[in-house]
Design a protein around this ligand. Structure first.
Ligand code: NAI
Ligand code: MG
Length: 498
Protein backbone atom coordinates (compact mmCIF):
# COMPACT_ATOMS: atom_id res chain seq x y z
CA UNK A 1 0.00 0.00 0.00
CA UNK A 2 1.63 3.12 -1.17
CA UNK A 3 -0.26 6.06 0.17
CA UNK A 4 0.36 7.40 3.64
CA UNK A 5 -2.53 8.23 5.90
CA UNK A 6 -0.98 11.16 7.71
CA UNK A 7 0.04 14.73 6.99
CA UNK A 8 3.35 16.26 6.01
CA UNK A 9 3.66 17.89 9.44
CA UNK A 10 3.55 14.44 11.02
CA UNK A 11 6.33 13.19 8.77
CA UNK A 12 8.98 15.72 9.80
CA UNK A 13 11.51 14.34 12.27
CA UNK A 14 14.56 16.59 11.95
CA UNK A 15 14.58 19.68 14.22
CA UNK A 16 16.50 21.54 11.49
CA UNK A 17 13.70 20.87 8.98
CA UNK A 18 11.06 22.00 11.49
CA UNK A 19 13.00 25.20 12.11
CA UNK A 20 13.48 25.81 8.38
CA UNK A 21 9.80 25.30 7.60
CA UNK A 22 8.70 27.40 10.58
CA UNK A 23 9.16 30.46 8.37
CA UNK A 24 6.93 29.25 5.57
CA UNK A 25 7.71 31.79 2.83
CA UNK A 26 11.16 31.33 1.36
CA UNK A 27 12.93 34.32 -0.13
CA UNK A 28 15.43 34.99 -2.89
CA UNK A 29 19.15 35.19 -2.10
CA UNK A 30 20.53 38.27 -3.83
CA UNK A 31 23.82 39.89 -2.82
CA UNK A 32 23.87 37.77 0.38
CA UNK A 33 20.52 39.10 1.54
CA UNK A 34 17.17 37.31 1.69
CA UNK A 35 14.63 39.38 -0.19
CA UNK A 36 11.07 39.07 -1.45
CA UNK A 37 10.39 39.00 -5.17
CA UNK A 38 10.03 42.57 -6.49
CA UNK A 39 6.47 41.67 -7.52
CA UNK A 40 5.68 40.39 -4.00
CA UNK A 41 4.36 37.18 -5.52
CA UNK A 42 4.92 33.73 -4.03
CA UNK A 43 4.00 30.19 -5.09
CA UNK A 44 3.13 26.89 -3.41
CA UNK A 45 5.53 24.02 -2.90
CA UNK A 46 3.86 20.62 -2.57
CA UNK A 47 4.92 17.44 -0.76
CA UNK A 48 4.44 14.74 -3.44
CA UNK A 49 3.90 12.03 -0.82
CA UNK A 50 0.86 13.62 0.85
CA UNK A 51 -0.06 16.40 -1.62
CA UNK A 52 0.04 18.84 1.34
CA UNK A 53 1.56 22.29 0.86
CA UNK A 54 5.05 22.26 2.38
CA UNK A 55 5.89 25.95 2.12
CA UNK A 56 5.83 28.85 -0.33
CA UNK A 57 8.67 30.47 -2.24
CA UNK A 58 9.21 33.91 -3.74
CA UNK A 59 8.25 33.99 -7.41
CA UNK A 60 11.28 35.67 -8.94
CA UNK A 61 10.98 37.09 -12.45
CA UNK A 62 12.87 39.39 -14.81
CA UNK A 63 13.23 42.24 -12.29
CA UNK A 64 14.75 39.91 -9.69
CA UNK A 65 17.06 38.35 -12.27
CA UNK A 66 18.26 41.89 -13.11
CA UNK A 67 19.10 42.45 -9.44
CA UNK A 68 20.89 39.10 -9.20
CA UNK A 69 22.91 39.88 -12.34
CA UNK A 70 23.95 43.26 -10.91
CA UNK A 71 25.10 41.62 -7.68
CA UNK A 72 26.92 38.83 -9.50
CA UNK A 73 28.60 41.30 -11.88
CA UNK A 74 29.79 43.55 -9.05
CA UNK A 75 31.14 40.53 -7.17
CA UNK A 76 32.89 39.26 -10.28
CA UNK A 77 34.50 42.59 -11.12
CA UNK A 78 35.45 42.94 -7.44
CA UNK A 79 38.04 40.74 -5.77
CA UNK A 80 36.28 37.41 -6.41
CA UNK A 81 37.32 37.06 -10.06
CA UNK A 82 40.98 37.56 -9.11
CA UNK A 83 41.05 35.55 -5.89
CA UNK A 84 43.82 32.92 -5.79
CA UNK A 85 42.56 29.44 -6.64
CA UNK A 86 43.36 28.11 -3.17
CA UNK A 87 41.09 30.70 -1.56
CA UNK A 88 38.21 29.97 -3.90
CA UNK A 89 38.70 26.28 -3.21
CA UNK A 90 38.54 26.92 0.52
CA UNK A 91 34.97 28.24 0.20
CA UNK A 92 33.98 25.08 -1.67
CA UNK A 93 35.50 22.91 1.05
CA UNK A 94 33.70 24.88 3.75
CA UNK A 95 30.47 24.49 1.80
CA UNK A 96 31.08 20.72 1.56
CA UNK A 97 31.70 20.54 5.32
CA UNK A 98 28.49 22.48 6.01
CA UNK A 99 26.51 20.07 3.82
CA UNK A 100 28.03 17.04 5.56
CA UNK A 101 27.33 18.51 8.98
CA UNK A 102 23.65 18.92 8.00
CA UNK A 103 23.30 15.71 5.99
CA UNK A 104 20.34 14.25 7.89
CA UNK A 105 18.41 17.49 7.73
CA UNK A 106 19.14 18.13 4.05
CA UNK A 107 18.23 14.56 3.12
CA UNK A 108 14.89 14.80 4.93
CA UNK A 109 14.08 18.15 3.32
CA UNK A 110 15.05 16.81 -0.12
CA UNK A 111 12.88 13.74 0.42
CA UNK A 112 9.91 15.80 1.63
CA UNK A 113 10.05 18.11 -1.37
CA UNK A 114 11.07 15.68 -4.13
CA UNK A 115 9.80 12.29 -2.92
CA UNK A 116 13.07 10.40 -3.24
CA UNK A 117 13.85 7.87 -0.54
CA UNK A 118 16.00 8.97 2.35
CA UNK A 119 18.68 6.46 1.35
CA UNK A 120 18.75 7.85 -2.20
CA UNK A 121 18.85 11.41 -0.90
CA UNK A 122 21.77 10.65 1.41
CA UNK A 123 23.72 8.86 -1.31
CA UNK A 124 23.08 11.64 -3.82
CA UNK A 125 24.09 14.35 -1.36
CA UNK A 126 27.22 12.53 -0.20
CA UNK A 127 28.46 11.19 -3.52
CA UNK A 128 26.90 13.72 -5.84
CA UNK A 129 27.14 17.00 -3.97
CA UNK A 130 29.90 16.66 -1.37
CA UNK A 131 31.97 14.55 -3.77
CA UNK A 132 31.64 17.21 -6.47
CA UNK A 133 32.67 20.01 -4.12
CA UNK A 134 35.78 18.05 -3.17
CA UNK A 135 36.50 17.30 -6.83
CA UNK A 136 36.20 20.94 -7.92
CA UNK A 137 38.08 22.29 -4.90
CA UNK A 138 40.90 19.86 -5.63
CA UNK A 139 41.00 20.26 -9.38
CA UNK A 140 40.70 24.06 -9.46
CA UNK A 141 44.52 24.12 -9.45
CA UNK A 142 44.53 22.10 -12.67
CA UNK A 143 43.17 25.04 -14.70
CA UNK A 144 45.99 25.89 -17.08
CA UNK A 145 46.89 27.24 -20.48
CA UNK A 146 49.52 26.14 -22.96
CA UNK A 147 53.03 27.23 -23.95
CA UNK A 148 53.71 26.00 -27.49
CA UNK A 149 57.37 25.79 -28.59
CA UNK A 150 56.81 27.57 -31.87
CA UNK A 151 59.51 30.17 -32.45
CA UNK A 152 62.58 31.08 -30.34
CA UNK A 153 62.04 34.77 -30.85
CA UNK A 154 58.59 34.62 -29.27
CA UNK A 155 57.17 33.53 -25.95
CA UNK A 156 53.58 32.56 -26.74
CA UNK A 157 51.16 31.25 -24.19
CA UNK A 158 47.49 30.90 -23.44
CA UNK A 159 45.58 31.83 -20.30
CA UNK A 160 42.34 30.41 -18.95
CA UNK A 161 40.22 33.17 -17.41
CA UNK A 162 36.80 33.05 -15.77
CA UNK A 163 33.90 33.84 -18.12
CA UNK A 164 32.05 36.16 -15.72
CA UNK A 165 28.46 35.78 -14.56
CA UNK A 166 27.23 32.19 -14.96
CA UNK A 167 23.71 30.90 -14.42
CA UNK A 168 22.49 27.39 -13.64
CA UNK A 169 18.90 26.46 -14.48
CA UNK A 170 18.23 23.14 -12.81
CA UNK A 171 15.56 20.43 -12.62
CA UNK A 172 13.66 18.84 -9.75
CA UNK A 173 14.82 15.22 -9.97
CA UNK A 174 17.99 15.46 -7.85
CA UNK A 175 17.90 19.06 -6.64
CA UNK A 176 20.93 19.20 -4.31
CA UNK A 177 23.49 17.60 -6.64
CA UNK A 178 22.07 19.61 -9.55
CA UNK A 179 22.59 22.90 -7.68
CA UNK A 180 26.10 21.91 -6.61
CA UNK A 181 27.07 20.74 -10.10
CA UNK A 182 26.36 24.24 -11.36
CA UNK A 183 27.77 26.20 -8.39
CA UNK A 184 31.03 24.29 -7.83
CA UNK A 185 32.68 24.46 -11.28
CA UNK A 186 31.54 28.06 -11.79
CA UNK A 187 33.15 29.20 -8.52
CA UNK A 188 36.22 26.97 -8.87
CA UNK A 189 36.99 28.72 -12.16
CA UNK A 190 36.49 32.19 -10.62
CA UNK A 191 33.03 33.00 -11.95
CA UNK A 192 30.04 34.20 -9.97
CA UNK A 193 26.72 32.40 -10.28
CA UNK A 194 22.93 32.65 -10.27
CA UNK A 195 20.95 29.48 -9.56
CA UNK A 196 17.33 29.00 -10.65
CA UNK A 197 15.96 25.88 -8.94
CA UNK A 198 12.98 24.06 -10.40
CA UNK A 199 9.63 25.48 -9.24
CA UNK A 200 8.61 22.03 -7.92
CA UNK A 201 11.62 21.61 -5.61
CA UNK A 202 13.25 24.89 -4.56
CA UNK A 203 13.52 24.22 -0.83
CA UNK A 204 16.93 22.57 -0.60
CA UNK A 205 18.46 25.19 -2.89
CA UNK A 206 17.27 27.85 -0.44
CA UNK A 207 18.74 25.85 2.45
CA UNK A 208 22.02 25.51 0.52
CA UNK A 209 22.00 29.31 0.23
CA UNK A 210 21.83 29.55 4.03
CA UNK A 211 24.76 27.15 4.34
CA UNK A 212 26.75 29.14 1.77
CA UNK A 213 26.30 32.26 3.88
CA UNK A 214 27.80 30.33 6.82
CA UNK A 215 30.98 29.82 4.77
CA UNK A 216 31.54 33.59 4.74
CA UNK A 217 31.36 33.74 0.95
CA UNK A 218 31.51 37.37 -0.27
CA UNK A 219 28.37 39.26 -1.32
CA UNK A 220 26.89 38.43 -4.70
CA UNK A 221 29.10 35.43 -5.51
CA UNK A 222 26.13 33.02 -5.35
CA UNK A 223 22.57 34.23 -5.91
CA UNK A 224 19.47 32.05 -5.77
CA UNK A 225 16.34 33.06 -7.66
CA UNK A 226 13.35 30.78 -7.19
CA UNK A 227 10.53 30.99 -9.73
CA UNK A 228 9.02 29.46 -12.83
CA UNK A 229 10.55 28.52 -16.17
CA UNK A 230 8.70 31.13 -18.19
CA UNK A 231 9.60 34.03 -15.87
CA UNK A 232 12.80 33.59 -13.89
CA UNK A 233 14.16 30.89 -16.23
CA UNK A 234 13.44 32.65 -19.52
CA UNK A 235 14.73 35.97 -18.10
CA UNK A 236 18.05 34.24 -17.37
CA UNK A 237 18.23 32.65 -20.81
CA UNK A 238 17.64 36.01 -22.49
CA UNK A 239 19.71 38.21 -20.16
CA UNK A 240 22.44 40.23 -21.91
CA UNK A 241 24.41 40.48 -18.65
CA UNK A 242 24.77 36.71 -18.19
CA UNK A 243 27.84 35.22 -19.87
CA UNK A 244 27.06 31.54 -19.58
CA UNK A 245 24.05 29.32 -18.90
CA UNK A 246 24.34 25.71 -17.80
CA UNK A 247 20.99 23.95 -18.07
CA UNK A 248 19.75 20.51 -17.07
CA UNK A 249 16.22 19.53 -18.00
CA UNK A 250 14.02 18.71 -20.97
CA UNK A 251 15.25 18.75 -24.56
CA UNK A 252 12.39 21.08 -25.47
CA UNK A 253 13.46 23.76 -22.97
CA UNK A 254 17.12 23.16 -23.89
CA UNK A 255 16.26 24.22 -27.43
CA UNK A 256 14.53 27.38 -26.20
CA UNK A 257 17.57 28.27 -24.07
CA UNK A 258 19.87 27.84 -27.04
CA UNK A 259 17.58 30.10 -29.12
CA UNK A 260 17.43 32.73 -26.37
CA UNK A 261 21.23 32.70 -26.05
CA UNK A 262 21.68 34.23 -29.50
CA UNK A 263 21.04 37.76 -28.19
CA UNK A 264 24.43 38.11 -26.51
CA UNK A 265 25.84 34.77 -27.75
CA UNK A 266 26.22 33.56 -24.18
CA UNK A 267 27.99 30.25 -23.67
CA UNK A 268 25.53 27.39 -23.24
CA UNK A 269 25.94 23.86 -21.98
CA UNK A 270 22.91 21.57 -21.98
CA UNK A 271 22.32 18.26 -20.19
CA UNK A 272 19.05 16.95 -21.58
CA UNK A 273 16.96 13.85 -21.80
CA UNK A 274 17.71 10.26 -22.65
CA UNK A 275 16.26 6.94 -23.72
CA UNK A 276 19.29 4.92 -22.83
CA UNK A 277 19.71 1.34 -24.07
CA UNK A 278 20.80 -1.27 -21.55
CA UNK A 279 22.03 -4.12 -23.77
CA UNK A 280 22.08 -7.60 -22.22
CA UNK A 281 23.69 -10.50 -24.13
CA UNK A 282 22.69 -14.08 -23.37
CA UNK A 283 26.14 -14.83 -21.91
CA UNK A 284 25.87 -12.05 -19.30
CA UNK A 285 26.01 -12.65 -15.57
CA UNK A 286 22.26 -12.41 -15.03
CA UNK A 287 22.59 -12.44 -11.24
CA UNK A 288 24.10 -8.96 -11.60
CA UNK A 289 22.43 -7.82 -14.83
CA UNK A 290 18.81 -8.21 -13.69
CA UNK A 291 18.93 -6.32 -10.36
CA UNK A 292 21.12 -3.64 -11.92
CA UNK A 293 18.67 -3.25 -14.80
CA UNK A 294 15.92 -2.85 -12.20
CA UNK A 295 17.86 -0.10 -10.43
CA UNK A 296 18.54 1.43 -13.86
CA UNK A 297 14.88 2.35 -14.31
CA UNK A 298 13.53 2.46 -10.74
CA UNK A 299 16.15 4.39 -8.76
CA UNK A 300 14.68 7.80 -7.84
CA UNK A 301 11.37 6.49 -9.28
CA UNK A 302 13.01 6.47 -12.68
CA UNK A 303 13.50 10.22 -12.69
CA UNK A 304 17.13 10.21 -13.80
CA UNK A 305 18.29 11.49 -17.18
CA UNK A 306 20.58 8.49 -17.74
CA UNK A 307 17.97 5.89 -16.72
CA UNK A 308 18.20 2.63 -18.67
CA UNK A 309 14.66 2.68 -20.03
CA UNK A 310 15.17 0.43 -23.04
CA UNK A 311 16.45 -2.96 -21.97
CA UNK A 312 17.57 -4.81 -25.10
CA UNK A 313 17.87 -8.52 -24.35
CA UNK A 314 19.28 -11.20 -26.66
CA UNK A 315 16.41 -13.35 -27.84
CA UNK A 316 17.59 -16.64 -26.26
CA UNK A 317 17.69 -15.03 -22.83
CA UNK A 318 14.65 -12.77 -23.24
CA UNK A 319 11.86 -14.77 -21.59
CA UNK A 320 13.83 -15.76 -18.53
CA UNK A 321 15.16 -12.23 -18.15
CA UNK A 322 11.64 -10.78 -18.28
CA UNK A 323 10.39 -13.32 -15.76
CA UNK A 324 13.10 -12.45 -13.22
CA UNK A 325 12.90 -8.71 -13.81
CA UNK A 326 9.12 -8.84 -13.39
CA UNK A 327 9.46 -10.68 -10.09
CA UNK A 328 12.04 -8.20 -8.78
CA UNK A 329 10.06 -5.15 -9.92
CA UNK A 330 6.87 -6.54 -8.38
CA UNK A 331 8.73 -7.02 -5.12
CA UNK A 332 9.66 -3.35 -4.71
CA UNK A 333 7.96 -1.62 -1.80
CA UNK A 334 6.29 1.63 -2.76
CA UNK A 335 5.70 3.94 0.18
CA UNK A 336 6.65 6.91 2.33
CA UNK A 337 10.17 7.78 1.16
CA UNK A 338 11.15 8.65 4.74
CA UNK A 339 10.35 5.08 5.80
CA UNK A 340 13.49 2.92 5.50
CA UNK A 341 11.27 0.00 4.38
CA UNK A 342 10.29 1.84 1.18
CA UNK A 343 12.25 1.11 -1.99
CA UNK A 344 10.50 3.78 -4.01
CA UNK A 345 8.70 7.00 -3.20
CA UNK A 346 6.23 8.97 -5.31
CA UNK A 347 7.00 10.89 -8.48
CA UNK A 348 8.09 14.45 -7.74
CA UNK A 349 5.04 16.37 -8.87
CA UNK A 350 1.48 16.11 -10.06
CA UNK A 351 2.60 17.21 -13.52
CA UNK A 352 5.07 14.32 -13.68
CA UNK A 353 2.50 11.86 -12.30
CA UNK A 354 0.09 12.80 -15.08
CA UNK A 355 2.81 12.57 -17.69
CA UNK A 356 3.96 9.12 -16.58
CA UNK A 357 0.46 7.66 -16.16
CA UNK A 358 -0.34 9.07 -19.61
CA UNK A 359 2.53 7.00 -21.02
CA UNK A 360 1.18 3.87 -19.30
CA UNK A 361 -1.98 4.37 -21.36
CA UNK A 362 0.01 5.10 -24.51
CA UNK A 363 1.98 1.86 -24.04
CA UNK A 364 -1.15 -0.24 -23.69
CA UNK A 365 -2.82 1.49 -26.65
CA UNK A 366 0.27 0.76 -28.76
CA UNK A 367 -0.07 -2.95 -27.98
CA UNK A 368 2.60 -3.31 -25.32
CA UNK A 369 1.85 -5.54 -22.31
CA UNK A 370 2.77 -4.73 -18.70
CA UNK A 371 4.11 -7.85 -16.97
CA UNK A 372 3.99 -5.97 -13.67
CA UNK A 373 2.70 -2.55 -12.63
CA UNK A 374 1.04 -0.49 -15.32
CA UNK A 375 -1.04 1.63 -12.94
CA UNK A 376 -0.88 4.51 -10.56
CA UNK A 377 -1.36 3.58 -6.91
CA UNK A 378 -4.72 4.53 -5.34
CA UNK A 379 -5.14 7.38 -2.93
CA UNK A 380 -3.07 10.40 -2.04
CA UNK A 381 0.43 11.01 -3.34
CA UNK A 382 1.96 10.75 -6.79
CA UNK A 383 2.80 7.04 -6.62
CA UNK A 384 3.20 4.93 -9.76
CA UNK A 385 3.98 1.20 -9.70
CA UNK A 386 7.22 0.07 -11.29
CA UNK A 387 6.21 -1.10 -14.74
CA UNK A 388 7.82 -3.56 -17.15
CA UNK A 389 6.51 -3.41 -20.73
CA UNK A 390 7.08 -6.31 -23.12
CA UNK A 391 5.86 -6.82 -26.72
CA UNK A 392 7.50 -3.48 -27.39
CA UNK A 393 8.79 -2.45 -30.78
CA UNK A 394 11.57 0.16 -30.81
CA UNK A 395 9.34 2.38 -33.00
CA UNK A 396 6.62 2.73 -30.37
CA UNK A 397 6.32 6.03 -28.51
CA UNK A 398 7.09 4.35 -25.18
CA UNK A 399 10.43 3.26 -26.68
CA UNK A 400 11.25 6.63 -28.24
CA UNK A 401 10.08 9.32 -25.80
CA UNK A 402 11.53 10.03 -22.39
CA UNK A 403 8.92 8.99 -19.79
CA UNK A 404 10.93 9.91 -16.67
CA UNK A 405 9.19 7.50 -14.36
CA UNK A 406 9.62 3.86 -13.20
CA UNK A 407 8.70 2.45 -16.61
CA UNK A 408 10.88 0.24 -18.79
CA UNK A 409 10.52 -1.39 -22.19
CA UNK A 410 12.15 -4.79 -22.79
CA UNK A 411 12.97 -5.36 -26.45
CA UNK A 412 14.58 -8.49 -27.94
CA UNK A 413 17.55 -8.49 -30.34
CA UNK A 414 19.25 -11.21 -32.38
CA UNK A 415 22.98 -10.48 -32.55
CA UNK A 416 25.65 -7.88 -31.85
CA UNK A 417 24.85 -5.85 -34.93
CA UNK A 418 21.11 -5.83 -34.23
CA UNK A 419 21.79 -4.72 -30.64
CA UNK A 420 23.90 -1.79 -31.79
CA UNK A 421 21.43 -0.73 -34.50
CA UNK A 422 18.46 -0.80 -32.14
CA UNK A 423 20.48 0.79 -29.34
CA UNK A 424 21.42 3.70 -31.59
CA UNK A 425 17.96 4.02 -33.14
CA UNK A 426 16.97 6.97 -30.92
CA UNK A 427 17.22 10.74 -31.06
CA UNK A 428 19.01 10.68 -27.71
CA UNK A 429 22.55 9.65 -26.76
CA UNK A 430 23.17 10.24 -23.08
CA UNK A 431 24.12 6.80 -21.79
CA UNK A 432 24.15 3.09 -22.62
CA UNK A 433 25.22 -0.15 -21.01
CA UNK A 434 26.37 -3.52 -22.28
CA UNK A 435 26.32 -6.78 -20.33
CA UNK A 436 28.44 -9.67 -21.61
CA UNK A 437 31.31 -11.87 -20.49
CA UNK A 438 32.94 -11.66 -23.92
CA UNK A 439 35.68 -9.04 -23.54
CA UNK A 440 36.05 -8.30 -27.24
CA UNK A 441 32.32 -7.91 -27.70
CA UNK A 442 32.06 -5.61 -24.66
CA UNK A 443 34.60 -3.21 -26.14
CA UNK A 444 33.25 -3.43 -29.69
CA UNK A 445 29.72 -2.62 -28.57
CA UNK A 446 30.93 0.12 -26.20
CA UNK A 447 32.64 1.78 -29.17
CA UNK A 448 29.69 1.53 -31.50
CA UNK A 449 26.97 2.79 -29.12
CA UNK A 450 26.45 6.51 -29.66
CA UNK A 451 26.26 7.73 -26.06
CA UNK A 452 28.23 10.05 -23.80
CA UNK A 453 28.68 7.35 -21.13
CA UNK A 454 28.78 3.58 -21.66
CA UNK A 455 28.77 1.18 -18.75
CA UNK A 456 30.13 -2.35 -19.16
CA UNK A 457 28.64 -4.83 -16.70
CA UNK A 458 27.45 -2.03 -14.40
CA UNK A 459 25.08 0.94 -14.49
CA UNK A 460 25.07 4.53 -13.17
CA UNK A 461 28.73 4.57 -12.18
CA UNK A 462 29.86 8.17 -12.09
CA UNK A 463 33.51 9.24 -12.05
CA UNK A 464 33.84 13.02 -11.98
CA UNK A 465 37.28 12.79 -13.59
CA UNK A 466 35.51 11.72 -16.80
CA UNK A 467 33.13 13.94 -18.78
CA UNK A 468 29.36 13.46 -18.54
CA UNK A 469 26.91 14.55 -21.22
CA UNK A 470 25.14 13.59 -24.36
CA UNK A 471 25.45 12.79 -28.04
CA UNK A 472 22.67 13.95 -30.37
CA UNK A 473 19.63 15.54 -28.68
CA UNK A 474 20.84 14.64 -25.18
CA UNK A 475 22.87 17.79 -24.92
CA UNK A 476 25.54 20.25 -25.85
CA UNK A 477 28.95 20.15 -24.19
CA UNK A 478 29.93 18.11 -21.17
CA UNK A 479 30.06 18.51 -17.40
CA UNK A 480 32.86 17.29 -15.13
CA UNK A 481 35.93 15.51 -16.51
CA UNK A 482 39.55 16.59 -16.20
CA UNK A 483 38.92 19.33 -18.79
CA UNK A 484 35.77 20.62 -17.07
CA UNK A 485 37.17 24.14 -16.90
CA UNK A 486 36.98 24.52 -20.69
CA UNK A 487 33.25 25.12 -20.15
CA UNK A 488 33.76 27.63 -17.33
CA UNK A 489 36.63 29.72 -18.70
CA UNK A 490 37.53 31.83 -21.73
CA UNK A 491 40.90 31.19 -23.34
CA UNK A 492 43.24 34.01 -24.27
CA UNK A 493 46.34 33.68 -26.45
CA UNK A 494 49.23 36.02 -25.57
CA UNK A 495 52.10 36.64 -28.02
CA UNK A 496 55.31 38.11 -26.57
CA UNK A 497 58.16 39.21 -28.88
CA UNK A 498 61.45 38.48 -27.19
P1 NAI B 1 11.78 21.53 -17.77
O1 NAI B 1 12.90 21.39 -18.74
O2 NAI B 1 10.60 22.35 -18.16
O3 NAI B 1 12.35 22.16 -16.39
C1 NAI B 1 13.69 22.17 -15.99
C2 NAI B 1 14.09 23.56 -15.53
O4 NAI B 1 13.95 24.46 -16.62
C3 NAI B 1 13.23 24.13 -14.41
O5 NAI B 1 14.04 24.89 -13.55
C4 NAI B 1 12.27 25.03 -15.16
O6 NAI B 1 11.75 26.08 -14.35
C5 NAI B 1 13.15 25.58 -16.23
N1 NAI B 1 12.43 26.09 -17.41
C6 NAI B 1 11.25 25.65 -17.91
N2 NAI B 1 10.90 26.39 -19.00
C7 NAI B 1 11.89 27.30 -19.18
C8 NAI B 1 12.13 28.32 -20.13
N3 NAI B 1 11.26 28.57 -21.12
N4 NAI B 1 13.26 29.05 -20.04
C9 NAI B 1 14.15 28.80 -19.06
N5 NAI B 1 13.98 27.86 -18.12
C10 NAI B 1 12.87 27.10 -18.18
O7 NAI B 1 11.34 20.08 -17.36
P2 NAI B 1 9.90 19.62 -16.79
O8 NAI B 1 8.82 20.30 -17.56
O9 NAI B 1 9.91 19.82 -15.34
O10 NAI B 1 9.92 18.07 -17.12
C11 NAI B 1 9.45 17.59 -18.37
C12 NAI B 1 10.31 16.45 -18.85
O11 NAI B 1 11.64 16.88 -19.05
C13 NAI B 1 10.44 15.29 -17.89
O12 NAI B 1 9.34 14.43 -17.98
C14 NAI B 1 11.71 14.66 -18.38
O13 NAI B 1 11.44 13.86 -19.50
C15 NAI B 1 12.55 15.83 -18.81
N6 NAI B 1 13.51 16.22 -17.76
C16 NAI B 1 14.80 15.80 -17.88
C17 NAI B 1 15.70 16.07 -16.87
C18 NAI B 1 17.10 15.63 -16.98
O14 NAI B 1 17.75 15.41 -15.98
N7 NAI B 1 17.66 15.53 -18.17
C19 NAI B 1 15.31 16.76 -15.65
C20 NAI B 1 13.95 17.20 -15.64
C21 NAI B 1 13.09 16.92 -16.65
MG1 MG C 1 8.57 22.08 -18.57
Amino acid sequence: MATVGYSTAQRITQPGVKAFLASPVKKLLINNRWVDARSGRTFEIVDPTTEDVLARAAEGDAADVDAAVDAARTAFEGPWGRLPVAERARYLLRFAAAIEANLDELAELESLNNGQTLATAKAMITEGAVGALHFYAGSAVSIHGETPATDESFFNYSLREPIGVCAGIIPWNVPIPMAVWKIAPALAAGNTVIIKPAEQTPLTAVRLGELLLETGIPDGVVNIVTGFGPGAGSAIAEHPGIDKVAFTGSTEVGRSILRASTGNLKRVTLELGGKSPNVVFADANMAAAVPTALAGFSLNSGQICAAGTRILVQRDAHDEFVETLTRYAGGLTLGDPLDPASDMGPLSSKEQFERVTGYLDVGKAEGARATTGGSPADGRGYFVEPTVFVDVDNDMRIAREEIFGPVVSVIPFTDENDAVLQGNDTSYGLAAAVWTNDLGRAHRVARRLKAGSVWVNNYYTNDLSLPFGGYKQSGVGREHGSNWYEHYTEVKSVYVKL
